[in-house]
Design a protein around this ligand. Structure first.
Ligand code: GGG
Length: 348
């Protein structure tokens, strides 16, 4: 069948195993002909099989072209033969542009003015994997290339042109004149290809400050790897919490895409049935929008999530609104059922 949409589910570790099945159900309800396969990866997989990213997992991810990854819990100390499977998978599929849309959801403590897209370079920078110890000195090489910077900048500018957003190029070129200097130069050269898109620039520390002071100030932050990682977590806190933050990593021509919630494996919460599945569900919506070209499905899922939150349903990580302090939070599966019910109501 030529137009069959295919999805590879990789729950991974910790709460990934609890939230990914919920996304599978939501996407199957929204796209009844979706073909779904489930495969394994992660620290637990490594402990059992000696390989954190087994070859059959990589093969399934390539065959489907669309992956929904849960979370991974790599140890903080080096382990012989182990490498982070999510970092390896991103590199294998060369998904170089990480999109993190962040908005102020209707929950206690969120900033309603927040409506931000963070576009993060996903394969270079300090995460290029070039680290070594020389005695008591540790050296981490930060890799920035013109080509790597320009290709993620083109994704950001294309999205900005489609959505009418202003692009802010984030850097620290006043100190890191060589690395961030090249990043800035490459991004501003791409800006020249999109004269219809407004561009400005910001030093990463100043952007962090202004984001907290005035969450509506920025529309699209174009960031090298580490800055994008940090600023998107900061923005997630302003939007209602890490549990609700989605992400999508895209490769060239959108041939490969990996959706994953921004949160990690959360060992303190795992196994209790209380993880927030909304970040993962909203990541599924990003697959529909950017990989499967189904903005109608993405809009429907996002509207269902907004409806559920507006009706006061929340998991324990989301603070209770002042108006309803005694209301009890729900668990992962119940939140999934609430989103499914909201989706079904839209179809009536
Ligand atoms: N869903 C994103 C996620 O799992 N974040 C944590 C992460 O990327 N950790 C890297 C690792 O543990 O290898």
């Amino acid at each position: 069948m030529t137009n069959q949409l295919r999805l590879c589910l990789i729950p991974g570790d910790g709460v990934g195993r609890e939230v990914v099945p919920v996304v599978g159900e939501v996407l199957r309800a929204a796209l009844p002909r979706l073909a779904v396969v489930e495969v394994e990866a992660g620290w637990e997989t490594f402990r059992r099989t000696g390989n954190a990213l087994p070859p059959e997992t990589l093969k399934a991810a390539r065959a489907c072209g669309a992956v929904l990854f849960g979370a991974v819990a790599s140890p903080s100390h080096p382990v012989a033969g182990y490498r982070s499977p999510i970092v390896a998978l991103r590199r294998e599929l060369d998904v170089f542009a990480n999109l993190r849309p962040l908005r102020g959801w209707l929950v206690a403590g969120a900033q309603p003015a927040l409506d931000l897209l963070v576009v993060r370079e996903n394969t270079e920078g300090l995460y290029a994997g070039r680290e070594r110890r020389e005695g008591d000195t540790a050296i981490s090489e930060r890799v920035i290339t013109r080509e790597g910077s320009a290709r993620v900048a083109r994704v950001a500018y294309r999205l900005a042109a489609e959505s009418g957003r202003r692009v802010t190029v984030v850097h620290k070129a006043n100190v890191l004149r060589v690395g961030d200097g090249l990043w800035r130069e490459a991004c501003l050269a791409v800006a020249g290809e999109f004269p219809q898109v407004e561009t400005d620039e910001g030093l990463v520390d100043s952007v962090a400050y202004h984001l907290v002071r005035d969450p509506g100030r920025y529309q699209l932050l174009l960031c090298p790897n580490l800055y994008g990682d940090i600023l998107s977590d900061l923005a997630a806190a302003l939007g209602g919490g890490l549990g609700m933050a989605p992400s999508l990593s895209l490769g060239f021509g959108e041939r490969f895409a990996i959706a994953e919630p921004v949160h990690g494996a959360a060992p303190d919460v795992a196994g209790r049935g209380i993880a927030n599945p909304l970040g993962a569900i909203l990541s599924g919506a990003l697959l529909a929008r950017h990989r499967w070209d189904r903005p109608d499905v993405a809009d429907a899922i996002e509207a269902a999530v907004a409806h559920v939150l507006a009706s006061g349903v929340r998991t324990p990580d989301v603070p209770a609104p002042v108006a309803a302090p005694g209301e009890s939070p729900v668990g992962t599966e119940e939140m999934g059922r609430a989103v499914l019910a909201a989706l079904a109501r839209q179809r009536r």
